[in-house]
Each structure stands twice: as C-alpha cells, then as structure tokens.
Ligand binder design. Structure first.
Ligand SMILES: Cc1cc2nc3c(=O)[nH]c(=O)nc-3n(C[C@H](O)[C@H](O)[C@H](O)COP(=O)(O)OP(=O)(O)OC[C@H]3O[C@@H](n4cnc5c(N)ncnc54)[C@H](O)[C@@H]3O)c2cc1C
Length: 420
C-alpha cells in the first residue's frame, strides 16, 4: 500500500511517521522546502491538555462584539473576512452552547492526553531534541473572575487526568520566580504539572529526518493543485510537477485542507484563525522563566524554548491574509512588557523574529480525523486549531491506525467528519 500525504506540518509528519511504523510506503508532498514551515513553525510551544477547551466557549458572541474594531483585541474579526465565515461563523457560535462546549472539551482532552503520552514515548525512543521542558504550565490571573474560571475548568478536566494546583500570588511566584517583578498585578493562578512544552518546528524537522532514514519519501517544493476522483476513489493528486498516484490519500494541509476538499464536493468546516509570535534570544537572563506562562487577562503566552523566549497570542479572523501586521507584533511586545518588563527592557530588539500562522480551527473546536464520504481512500487529519502541537502525535497515530485497518486507541467516532 502506498499512502500519499498532503502537508508536512505537525499532522502530516506524525501521520507519515506512524504509517512508516506500520510498514507502509509513504510519500509526503508539501509546497514548502522543508517540514513545518507554515503554522507548525513558531507556535507558542505549549503541550497543554489543560487547555482542551474550544475557543468558542459560552459568551463568545458578546466578547467578539465587545472587541470589534479594537486593534489590541485578543480575538479580532476583520470585516473583509465576514463573507467567508457566514455559515461557518453561525455554527461556531451555536457550538458555544454550554452543553456542546463541555462535550467538545472532553473529546479534546481525551485526544490531548493520548497525544502527549505518545510524544513522550517518541521523544525518548528516537532521542528527538526539541527544547522540551516537562515542568508543567502556569496560568497567571490578574482578576478573581479569570482565576475562578480557570479553577472551574481545571476541576472539570481533573477526572480526565489533568492535574492542577490553584495558587495564590505567593504560590504563583514560587512556581515561576521570573514573575516576581509583576507579582503585584497577579492575584493567583493555576499550575498544571502534567503539561509540557517544546519547539514544534524542531520536532517536525527531527522526526521527518528519522522518517526519511526509514524510507518515507518527502517531495518538498511541490504544490498540490487538486485531487483526481475516479469511480469513487482518488486516483492521484495533481501537482505542478505532474500527477502523483497512490492507493490512499491523507489531507493534512492545515487551514488549506478545505480548499483541497471543496472541488470534490467535500465540505470541511475548518477556517484559518491567524495568530502571531515573536521569538528572541534569552540573552543573559539567568533568573528567566522555567516554564510557559499563559496570562489569562492579556491572552498571551510566554514560553522558554532553550536559549530563546517566545511570546505568542492573538486570534484574528482575516481569511488567508498572511501579512505580519506591525500593530499585532507591537501588541505582543506590549504584552511581553506587562509580563516580563525587565526582560522586555533589555532584550535585543534587533534579534526579534516576528511570525504569523493560521490555526486550522474546526467549527466545533474538535479536530477532524479519518475517512471521508466522497472517496473511500481519502482521509483527513486537520482542524486541531489552537491545540495542534498538543494533539499532533495522537492525531497522526489514530489516522495511521485507521488506514492500516487497526482500531485507534481513542474513540474515533468523536472526530470523524460525519459528525456534522
Ligand atoms: C500563534 C499560534 C500559537 C499556537 N500555539 C500552540 C500551542 O502552544 N500549543 C498547541 O498545541 N498548538 C498551538 N498552535 C496550533 C498549532 O500550531 C497548529 O494547530 C498546527 O501547527 C497545525 O498543524 P498542521 O500540520 O495542521 O498545519 P501546518 O503546519 O500549516 O501544515 C500544513 C502543511 O500543508 C502544506 N500545504 C498546504 N496546502 C498545500 C498544497 N496545496 N500543496 C502542498 N502543500 C500544501 C503547507 O505548506 C504546510 O506545510 C498555535 C498556533 C498559532 C498560530
């Protein structure tokens, strides 16, 4: 069996690896010149079953309206993107109902826990280096309402194995001493000892290298322009370099997956939600952060990645506009100044690497994994949204298992496209 995967981001690379493990012939096709050059390039780096809640939480509509037109808003809706969001946006809001949101959160935490276990095993077994830390993550809260919200979500997830400790101000600083200078602004927080962090790009690069050594083929610099459907099966992908045939096809093209499905009549309810990050050398900062800190009020996360510090955040509905907007980068700098002011004051600003990427957000906040109704040899691995790093290994293994006729370890019915 020859499986062709479109996309060499987190989803494509992990799927390829696990398929290779099953002894299958695999080709990965990507338009970029290397693995993980798009959304998997510079995300916040957090591996967080603790953040399994979809972004369309109850109250999303009122928050979106409140933030309309505010350039520093954590979630920003650009007017030009509204037509492309019409039907999807309505369903996004419908999924914000309390009962639906809770059910979807549980689906996510199941996949996230499974995935993190697999990633740990992969890292150890293959000796992958990806600036990994395992000291947990910390949610810092600046007001009682956000602390109460974080604590109640943590209690909801605890029966699913997400450990947590609710902390007062002193507890926050004891857990992450680098927050000492802003402790007066923080009223408390939640520490999730089971969370981890690491660089997704480094992981993809190392994993694709090992996969290639074990026989997986990567065809970089190759744009897939369409899929050829013949008698209920996909026969080939069309590329600028001619068609490539295979027995089975997996679409793992992140936010671009719906564009590949559409000509086949396959409606994939995933839309791009743009996010930004800045990465800078840690420099001489011995007292710098040990673990990622998500600041609930500021909607930003700061993650130490080896010798670097990464600040990530913001969600922008702006279609596929990949401009690195200066005001959003300035916004991230402003957030850094409020979380680690001393570092922001002395960091090397010339060395800052700004970046943006499109989170592939599914309308119900849960990924889409498995078979499609349009062709019996076409599979999907997309829609992981803000949790794609956390869910990558589990998503890849589940799809690889399905293709190879094995029952995945997670209840795949929760993630299939026919739930819509
Ligand atoms: C600012 C930000 C912060 C984030 N932080 C976190 C975090 O802390 N933790 C977490 O779990 N997740 C996080 N995420 C989410 C995570 O990064 C994504 O969910 C994940 O990277 C998506 O991976 P993917 O493989 O689906 O997509 P991608 O990485 O985008 O890969 C898709 C690949 O498909 C290729 N492709 C697309 N179309 C074509 C075509 N027509 N022909 C050929 N190739 C094609 C692209 O080149 C690309 O390489 C964050 C995302 C952002 C934007």
């Amino acid at each position: 069996m020859h499986v062709l995967i479109v996309g060499a981001g987190l989803m494509g690379t992990t799927t390829a690896w696990y398929l290779g493990r099953h002894g299958v012939e695999v080709t990965v096709v990507d338009r970029a010149e290397a693995a993980a050059m798009e959304t998997s390039f510079a995300n916040a780096g957090m591996l967080t079953p603790s953040m399994a809640d979809p972004w369309n939480a109850p109250g999303t509509l009122s928050r979106l309206i409140r933030w309309l037109g505010r350039e520093d808003a954590p979630m920003l809706l650009r007017p030009h993107a509204i037509p492309s969001l019409a039907g999807w946006g309505l369903k996004f809001l419908v999924n914000a109902r309390e009962s639906t949101f809770r059910r979807n959160t549980l689906k996510n935490v199941t996949l996230a826990n499974y995935s993190l276990d697999l990633l740990r095993d992969l890292g150890t077994e293959l000796e992958l280096s990806y600036d990994h830390t395992a000291g947990g993550t910390l949610r810092a809260c600046r007001d009682q309402a956000s602390l109460d919200h974080a604590a109640s979500l943590a209690e909801f997830l605890a029966p699913r194995g997400v450990e947590f400790r609710v902390l007062d101000r002193q507890g926050v600083v004891a857990t992450e001493p680098a927050l000492g200078p802003v402790s007066g602004k923080i009223i408390g927080g939640v520490h999730y000892p089971g969370d981890e962090s690491g660089d997704a790009h480094m992981l993809c690069r190392s994993l694709s290298r090992v996969a290639r050594q074990q026989g997986v083929r990567f065809r970089f610099g190759t744009v897939v322009t369409g899929l050829r459907l013949e008698a209920g099966r996909i026969a080939a992908v069309e590329t600028g370099a001619g068609p490539i045939e295979a027995d089975v096809f997996v679409l793992a093209a992140g936010s671009f997956t719906p564009l590949l499905g559409r000509p086949l009549g396959l409606k994939i309810p995933v839309r791009p939600v743009k996010g930004y990050s800045i990465t800078a050398p840690r420099g001489d900062w011995p007292e710098g952060p040990r673990i990622p800190v998500a600041d609930d009020h500021l909607h930003a996360a700061v993650t130490p990645l080896g010798g670097r510090i990464r600040v990530a955040g913001t969600a922008e509905f702006t279609g596929y506009d990949d401009t690195v907007t200066p005001s959003r980068i300035a916004n991230l700098m402003g957030l850094l100044e409020r979380i680690y002011p001393e570092y922001a004051a002395r960091m090397d600003r010339n060395a800052i690497e700004p970046w943006c990427g499109f989170r592939p957000v599914c309308v119900d906040g849960v990924p889409i994994l498995g078979e499609t109704p349009v062709a019996d040899n076409l599979y999907l691995n997309t829609g992981q949204g803000h949790l794609g790093w956390t869910m990558a290994a589990g998503s890849g293994k589940a799809v690889a298992d399905l293709i190879c006729g094995q029952v995945p370890a997670i209840p795949i019915i929760d993630y299939r496209i026919d739930r819509f």
